[in-house]
Design a binder for this molecule. Structure first.
Ligand SMILES: Nc1nc2c(ncn2[C@@H]2O[C@H](COP(=O)(O)OP(=O)(O)OP(=O)(O)O)[C@@H](O)[C@H]2O)c(=O)[nH]1
Ligand SMILES: [Mg+2]
Length: 298
Protein backbone atom coordinates (compact mmCIF):
# COMPACT_ATOMS: atom_id res chain seq x y z
CA UNK A 1 0.00 0.00 0.00
CA UNK A 2 1.35 3.41 -0.92
CA UNK A 3 0.21 6.88 0.03
CA UNK A 4 0.37 9.91 -2.22
CA UNK A 5 -1.08 13.32 -2.79
CA UNK A 6 -0.78 16.90 -3.96
CA UNK A 7 0.31 19.45 -1.37
CA UNK A 8 0.08 23.13 -2.26
CA UNK A 9 2.52 25.58 -0.72
CA UNK A 10 0.90 29.01 -0.66
CA UNK A 11 0.87 32.35 1.14
CA UNK A 12 1.70 35.99 0.63
CA UNK A 13 4.83 36.95 -1.39
CA UNK A 14 8.37 36.54 -0.05
CA UNK A 15 7.52 34.36 2.96
CA UNK A 16 9.90 31.63 1.78
CA UNK A 17 7.64 29.21 -0.09
CA UNK A 18 10.08 28.35 -2.86
CA UNK A 19 13.01 28.03 -0.45
CA UNK A 20 10.89 25.59 1.55
CA UNK A 21 10.01 23.60 -1.54
CA UNK A 22 13.67 23.23 -2.51
CA UNK A 23 14.62 22.04 0.94
CA UNK A 24 11.70 19.63 1.21
CA UNK A 25 12.55 17.89 -2.07
CA UNK A 26 16.31 18.25 -1.57
CA UNK A 27 16.91 19.88 -4.94
CA UNK A 28 16.64 23.36 -6.37
CA UNK A 29 13.50 23.18 -8.45
CA UNK A 30 12.27 26.75 -7.86
CA UNK A 31 14.22 29.99 -7.98
CA UNK A 32 14.19 32.27 -4.95
CA UNK A 33 15.07 35.89 -4.27
CA UNK A 34 14.88 38.54 -1.57
CA UNK A 35 12.28 40.35 -3.67
CA UNK A 36 8.58 39.62 -3.53
CA UNK A 37 6.82 38.06 -6.53
CA UNK A 38 9.68 35.92 -7.67
CA UNK A 39 7.67 32.82 -8.52
CA UNK A 40 5.46 33.29 -11.57
CA UNK A 41 3.79 29.96 -12.02
CA UNK A 42 3.00 26.77 -10.24
CA UNK A 43 6.07 24.61 -9.79
CA UNK A 44 6.03 20.96 -8.90
CA UNK A 45 8.61 19.37 -6.61
CA UNK A 46 8.32 15.63 -5.96
CA UNK A 47 9.43 13.82 -2.80
CA UNK A 48 9.44 10.04 -3.06
CA UNK A 49 9.89 7.73 -0.08
CA UNK A 50 9.51 3.93 -0.04
CA UNK A 51 5.73 3.99 0.43
CA UNK A 52 4.98 7.67 0.09
CA UNK A 53 5.02 10.22 -2.71
CA UNK A 54 4.35 13.86 -1.93
CA UNK A 55 3.84 16.14 -4.91
CA UNK A 56 4.50 19.65 -3.63
CA UNK A 57 3.07 22.50 -5.66
CA UNK A 58 4.84 25.80 -5.08
CA UNK A 59 2.75 28.80 -6.06
CA UNK A 60 3.26 32.53 -6.63
CA UNK A 61 2.70 34.72 -3.58
CA UNK A 62 -0.82 36.04 -3.20
CA UNK A 63 -1.26 39.75 -2.49
CA UNK A 64 -2.43 42.91 -4.11
CA UNK A 65 -2.06 42.42 -7.84
CA UNK A 66 -2.29 45.44 -10.07
CA UNK A 67 -0.80 44.39 -13.39
CA UNK A 68 -2.16 41.70 -15.69
CA UNK A 69 0.99 39.75 -14.92
CA UNK A 70 0.24 39.95 -11.19
CA UNK A 71 -3.34 38.85 -11.72
CA UNK A 72 -2.45 35.98 -14.05
CA UNK A 73 0.11 34.56 -11.68
CA UNK A 74 -2.25 34.83 -8.73
CA UNK A 75 -4.88 32.86 -10.58
CA UNK A 76 -2.51 29.94 -10.81
CA UNK A 77 -2.05 30.00 -7.02
CA UNK A 78 -5.74 30.01 -6.32
CA UNK A 79 -6.44 27.19 -8.78
CA UNK A 80 -3.69 25.01 -7.35
CA UNK A 81 -4.78 25.34 -3.77
CA UNK A 82 -8.35 24.37 -4.50
CA UNK A 83 -7.33 21.12 -6.21
CA UNK A 84 -4.88 19.78 -3.67
CA UNK A 85 -5.18 17.25 -0.86
CA UNK A 86 -3.48 19.56 1.60
CA UNK A 87 -2.72 23.27 1.77
CA UNK A 88 0.43 24.41 3.53
CA UNK A 89 -0.28 28.03 4.34
CA UNK A 90 3.08 29.71 4.90
CA UNK A 91 3.69 32.93 6.84
CA UNK A 92 6.86 34.86 7.59
CA UNK A 93 7.33 34.83 11.37
CA UNK A 94 10.07 37.45 11.11
CA UNK A 95 7.73 39.87 9.39
CA UNK A 96 4.23 39.20 10.71
CA UNK A 97 1.28 40.75 8.89
CA UNK A 98 -1.96 39.18 9.99
CA UNK A 99 -4.08 41.45 7.82
CA UNK A 100 -2.24 40.38 4.66
CA UNK A 101 -2.28 36.76 5.81
CA UNK A 102 -6.03 36.91 6.33
CA UNK A 103 -6.54 38.24 2.80
CA UNK A 104 -4.31 35.57 1.32
CA UNK A 105 -6.09 32.85 3.27
CA UNK A 106 -9.43 34.12 2.11
CA UNK A 107 -8.32 33.80 -1.50
CA UNK A 108 -6.60 30.45 -1.10
CA UNK A 109 -8.25 28.52 1.63
CA UNK A 110 -11.88 28.42 0.71
CA UNK A 111 -11.84 25.12 -1.09
CA UNK A 112 -8.88 23.37 0.52
CA UNK A 113 -10.05 20.59 2.79
CA UNK A 114 -7.08 20.18 5.08
CA UNK A 115 -4.77 23.03 6.02
CA UNK A 116 -1.51 23.25 7.92
CA UNK A 117 -0.11 26.53 9.16
CA UNK A 118 3.65 26.95 8.71
CA UNK A 119 5.39 29.84 10.42
CA UNK A 120 8.63 30.14 8.48
CA UNK A 121 11.93 31.93 9.19
CA UNK A 122 11.91 31.02 12.89
CA UNK A 123 15.70 31.30 12.81
CA UNK A 124 15.07 35.06 12.95
CA UNK A 125 12.54 35.31 15.80
CA UNK A 126 12.18 34.65 19.51
CA UNK A 127 9.76 32.17 21.07
CA UNK A 128 7.42 34.74 22.66
CA UNK A 129 6.75 36.47 19.39
CA UNK A 130 6.03 33.09 17.85
CA UNK A 131 3.44 32.12 20.45
CA UNK A 132 1.58 35.40 19.95
CA UNK A 133 1.50 34.90 16.20
CA UNK A 134 0.29 31.33 16.50
CA UNK A 135 -2.66 32.34 18.64
CA UNK A 136 -3.61 35.19 16.29
CA UNK A 137 -3.33 33.14 13.14
CA UNK A 138 -5.16 30.18 14.62
CA UNK A 139 -8.18 32.41 15.04
CA UNK A 140 -8.34 33.04 11.28
CA UNK A 141 -8.85 29.47 10.22
CA UNK A 142 -9.08 25.87 11.36
CA UNK A 143 -5.60 24.44 10.88
CA UNK A 144 -5.07 20.71 11.50
CA UNK A 145 -1.42 21.33 12.34
CA UNK A 146 0.69 24.33 13.25
CA UNK A 147 4.41 24.02 12.53
CA UNK A 148 7.10 26.63 13.19
CA UNK A 149 9.83 25.94 10.60
CA UNK A 150 12.93 27.38 9.03
CA UNK A 151 13.71 26.87 5.37
CA UNK A 152 17.16 28.19 6.11
CA UNK A 153 18.21 25.77 8.85
CA UNK A 154 15.76 22.97 8.00
CA UNK A 155 14.34 23.03 11.52
CA UNK A 156 11.18 20.90 11.90
CA UNK A 157 11.02 19.96 8.22
CA UNK A 158 11.56 16.24 8.89
CA UNK A 159 8.69 16.28 11.33
CA UNK A 160 6.58 18.18 8.80
CA UNK A 161 7.08 15.49 6.15
CA UNK A 162 5.91 12.90 8.70
CA UNK A 163 2.79 14.89 9.48
CA UNK A 164 2.03 15.29 5.78
CA UNK A 165 2.45 11.54 5.27
CA UNK A 166 -0.14 10.93 7.99
CA UNK A 167 -2.89 12.97 6.34
CA UNK A 168 -2.38 11.93 2.70
CA UNK A 169 -4.70 9.27 1.32
CA UNK A 170 -3.79 5.87 -0.02
CA UNK A 171 -2.89 6.24 -3.66
CA UNK A 172 -0.45 5.41 -6.44
CA UNK A 173 2.80 7.18 -7.28
CA UNK A 174 1.90 9.85 -9.81
CA UNK A 175 5.47 10.32 -11.05
CA UNK A 176 8.55 8.11 -11.45
CA UNK A 177 10.49 7.83 -8.18
CA UNK A 178 13.59 9.58 -9.52
CA UNK A 179 11.73 12.60 -10.89
CA UNK A 180 11.92 15.84 -8.87
CA UNK A 181 10.09 18.27 -11.12
CA UNK A 182 8.03 18.36 -14.30
CA UNK A 183 9.40 21.61 -15.71
CA UNK A 184 10.82 21.49 -19.22
CA UNK A 185 14.59 22.00 -19.43
CA UNK A 186 14.24 25.23 -21.38
CA UNK A 187 12.03 26.73 -18.72
CA UNK A 188 14.41 25.72 -15.92
CA UNK A 189 17.28 27.42 -17.76
CA UNK A 190 15.22 30.58 -18.24
CA UNK A 191 14.35 30.65 -14.55
CA UNK A 192 17.98 30.35 -13.50
CA UNK A 193 18.85 33.30 -15.73
CA UNK A 194 15.93 35.29 -14.31
CA UNK A 195 17.07 34.51 -10.77
CA UNK A 196 20.51 35.92 -11.49
CA UNK A 197 18.95 39.01 -13.07
CA UNK A 198 16.74 39.52 -10.00
CA UNK A 199 19.71 39.08 -7.72
CA UNK A 200 22.09 41.41 -9.52
CA UNK A 201 19.54 44.08 -10.35
CA UNK A 202 18.02 44.16 -6.90
CA UNK A 203 17.46 47.86 -6.47
CA UNK A 204 17.52 49.23 -9.97
CA UNK A 205 15.38 46.78 -11.77
CA UNK A 206 11.65 46.92 -11.97
CA UNK A 207 9.80 43.70 -11.46
CA UNK A 208 9.07 43.41 -15.17
CA UNK A 209 11.98 41.34 -16.38
CA UNK A 210 11.50 38.05 -18.21
CA UNK A 211 13.95 35.45 -19.45
CA UNK A 212 13.24 33.34 -22.49
CA UNK A 213 15.48 30.58 -23.82
CA UNK A 214 15.62 30.68 -27.61
CA UNK A 215 17.79 27.65 -28.25
CA UNK A 216 19.67 24.86 -26.52
CA UNK A 217 22.18 22.93 -28.52
CA UNK A 218 24.31 20.04 -27.33
CA UNK A 219 27.70 20.13 -29.00
CA UNK A 220 29.51 16.91 -29.75
CA UNK A 221 32.35 18.16 -27.58
CA UNK A 222 29.94 17.83 -24.66
CA UNK A 223 29.35 21.56 -24.24
CA UNK A 224 25.90 23.07 -24.10
CA UNK A 225 25.23 26.17 -26.17
CA UNK A 226 22.36 28.28 -24.91
CA UNK A 227 20.87 31.33 -26.56
CA UNK A 228 18.57 33.38 -24.33
CA UNK A 229 16.91 36.78 -24.19
CA UNK A 230 16.13 38.99 -21.24
CA UNK A 231 13.02 41.04 -21.95
CA UNK A 232 12.27 44.42 -20.42
CA UNK A 233 9.34 46.75 -20.99
CA UNK A 234 11.02 50.02 -21.89
CA UNK A 235 14.03 51.19 -23.84
CA UNK A 236 15.42 52.94 -20.75
CA UNK A 237 15.43 49.65 -18.84
CA UNK A 238 17.55 48.02 -21.49
CA UNK A 239 20.50 50.21 -20.59
CA UNK A 240 20.18 49.26 -16.92
CA UNK A 241 20.27 45.55 -17.69
CA UNK A 242 23.23 45.90 -20.03
CA UNK A 243 25.10 48.25 -17.70
CA UNK A 244 28.19 50.32 -18.32
CA UNK A 245 30.21 48.63 -21.03
CA UNK A 246 28.01 45.58 -20.69
CA UNK A 247 29.12 44.95 -17.13
CA UNK A 248 25.74 44.13 -15.67
CA UNK A 249 24.77 41.75 -18.44
CA UNK A 250 28.17 40.13 -18.07
CA UNK A 251 27.62 39.61 -14.36
CA UNK A 252 24.19 38.08 -14.86
CA UNK A 253 25.50 35.85 -17.65
CA UNK A 254 28.48 34.62 -15.66
CA UNK A 255 26.40 33.81 -12.57
CA UNK A 256 23.85 31.95 -14.70
CA UNK A 257 26.50 30.06 -16.64
CA UNK A 258 28.19 28.89 -13.44
CA UNK A 259 24.99 27.52 -12.01
CA UNK A 260 24.00 25.90 -15.30
CA UNK A 261 27.39 24.21 -15.57
CA UNK A 262 26.96 22.74 -12.10
CA UNK A 263 23.42 21.68 -12.75
CA UNK A 264 24.04 19.98 -16.08
CA UNK A 265 27.58 18.92 -15.23
CA UNK A 266 28.96 20.18 -18.51
CA UNK A 267 30.56 23.24 -20.06
CA UNK A 268 28.05 25.91 -20.99
CA UNK A 269 28.24 28.73 -23.51
CA UNK A 270 25.57 31.26 -22.78
CA UNK A 271 24.70 33.90 -25.30
CA UNK A 272 22.53 36.44 -23.54
CA UNK A 273 20.69 39.27 -25.29
CA UNK A 274 18.43 42.04 -24.04
CA UNK A 275 15.32 43.04 -25.87
CA UNK A 276 12.38 45.38 -25.34
CA UNK A 277 8.85 44.00 -25.42
CA UNK A 278 6.67 47.02 -24.81
CA UNK A 279 4.24 46.67 -21.89
CA UNK A 280 4.45 42.90 -21.88
CA UNK A 281 3.23 42.66 -18.28
CA UNK A 282 -0.11 44.03 -19.47
CA UNK A 283 -0.51 41.48 -22.27
CA UNK A 284 -1.94 38.12 -21.29
CA UNK A 285 -0.89 36.49 -24.53
CA UNK A 286 2.76 37.39 -24.04
CA UNK A 287 2.65 36.51 -20.35
CA UNK A 288 1.60 32.98 -21.33
CA UNK A 289 4.06 32.88 -24.19
CA UNK A 290 6.81 33.51 -21.66
CA UNK A 291 5.45 30.59 -19.64
CA UNK A 292 4.22 32.59 -16.65
CA UNK A 293 0.89 32.30 -14.88
CA UNK A 294 0.44 28.74 -16.05
CA UNK A 295 -1.09 25.96 -14.04
CA UNK A 296 -4.50 24.70 -13.25
CA UNK A 297 -3.92 22.65 -10.13
CA UNK A 298 -3.01 19.03 -10.74
N1 LIG B 1 16.36 33.72 7.45
C1 LIG B 1 15.55 33.04 6.65
N2 LIG B 1 15.34 33.46 5.38
C2 LIG B 1 14.51 32.74 4.60
C3 LIG B 1 13.86 31.57 5.06
N3 LIG B 1 13.10 31.10 4.06
C4 LIG B 1 13.29 31.92 3.01
N4 LIG B 1 14.12 32.92 3.32
C5 LIG B 1 14.53 34.05 2.45
O1 LIG B 1 13.37 34.79 2.12
C6 LIG B 1 13.45 35.33 0.80
C7 LIG B 1 12.25 34.93 -0.02
O2 LIG B 1 12.28 33.54 -0.25
P1 LIG B 1 11.47 32.86 -1.43
O3 LIG B 1 11.57 31.39 -1.21
O4 LIG B 1 11.87 33.40 -2.75
O5 LIG B 1 9.99 33.36 -1.08
P2 LIG B 1 8.61 33.03 -1.81
O6 LIG B 1 7.58 32.93 -0.75
O7 LIG B 1 8.76 31.87 -2.70
O8 LIG B 1 8.38 34.38 -2.63
P3 LIG B 1 7.46 34.63 -3.95
O9 LIG B 1 7.77 33.58 -4.94
O10 LIG B 1 7.89 35.97 -4.40
O11 LIG B 1 6.04 34.60 -3.47
C8 LIG B 1 14.78 34.81 0.23
O12 LIG B 1 15.74 35.82 0.39
C9 LIG B 1 15.09 33.60 1.11
O13 LIG B 1 16.46 33.32 1.20
C10 LIG B 1 14.10 31.15 6.42
O14 LIG B 1 13.58 30.17 6.95
N5 LIG B 1 14.95 31.93 7.15
MG1 LIG C 1 8.53 31.73 -4.73
Amino acid sequence: MTKSGFVTIAGRPNVGKSTLLNLLVGSKVAITSPRPQTTRNRIIGILSRPALQIVFVDTPGVGVAKSKLGKSIMESSINSSSDSDLLLFVTDASNPDVVADRKALHLLGRKAKTKFLLLNKIDLVNKESLLGQISELSRLEEFSQVAPVSAKTGENLGKLVELIGEVLPEGPFYYPEDMVTDQPEKFVIGEIIREKAFFNLQKEMPYSIAALVDSVEDRQSGAMVIGATLFVERESQKGIVIGKQGQMLGKIGTAARKELEKRFDTRVFLELRVSVKKKWTADKRIIHEFGYGRGKGK
